[in-house]
Write a protein that binds this ligand. Sequence first.
Ligand code: PBG
Length: 326
Amino acid sequence: MSRFPDTRLRRLRQSAPVRNLVRETSLEARQLVLPMFVREGLTAPQPIGSMPGIVQHSMDSLRAAAAEAAEAGVGGVMLFGVPAVRDATGSGADDPQGILNVATEALVAEVGDALVVQTDLCLDEFTDHGHCGVLAPDGSVDNDATLERYASMALAQARAGSQLLGLSGMMDGQVAVIRDALDAEGFTDTLLLAYAAKYASAFYGPFREAVDSQLQGDRRTYQLDPGNRREGVREALVDQDEGADIVMVKPAMAFLDVLREVRDAVEIPVWAYQVSGEYAMVEAAAANGWIDRRAAVLESLLSIRRAGADAVLTYWAAEAARWLKG
Ligand code: PBG
């Protein structure tokens, strides 16, 4: 018997062609979704300091960037609106003339046949207190009153042409209430993405500047505690039962274990959101020359896919799609 190994795992790693042939996980442009910000009243795109390379769009730059994303082959865009005026109930959210709904109409006209136009369904960008729902007199976030606002917002977004609603507010019962409201008005084809396992995360930090968040305090009474894995799976199962077409885990990289468990627990597609803090960390390290930016971005996306995501929301979607093409 030889004293050398019988099992040589390195045989499968010997050359790029062999490695390409045996790689278990793939990453394709169609699996990427680009989140985009549009700000009411802008005439030119405005850089977001906390997210180098990302902007708040004007209507014109939004259309152009969406067309570029479609050209690059990304699977979808997820639109966030930043209104000029906010109030306690987030009136801008379900106003047909509200920035998010107006921009949705424009995007559907521009790229609606090439990719899936998606809208964030949450009140936080539109409320003057920055919470994802309306407040009860004692200052707590009122779940059931918020559901009525979400139903109205869902109809406004569907009427504007949104093809997929991203339910990011973490209110109990939101999927069922919104599905009912849409079906009652004939919007039976509007897809629902439930941010099922959305954790109260420090990695949303840079996003606060992107949407001019008014939030004081935190969202710990509605978003999940980062210590809880089983609870994340339970949220996904409940949302699947309520009629979600797709469930999401968010953030992505700090919650890859939850992502894997959710993928194994449900039958529907599972997406993950690579959030602003994940973006900002890699950009900062790359700006300092500490990591290879392109390699780090692609590795992070491949890892999120490997953990179980069928698609990934990422601020690098358009750029990564171009890299993947050639
Ligand atoms: C809230 C919302 C947030 C993000 C997306 N939707 C912020 C929050 O929950 O505090 C964060 C996205 C990111 O950090 O990239 N509707």
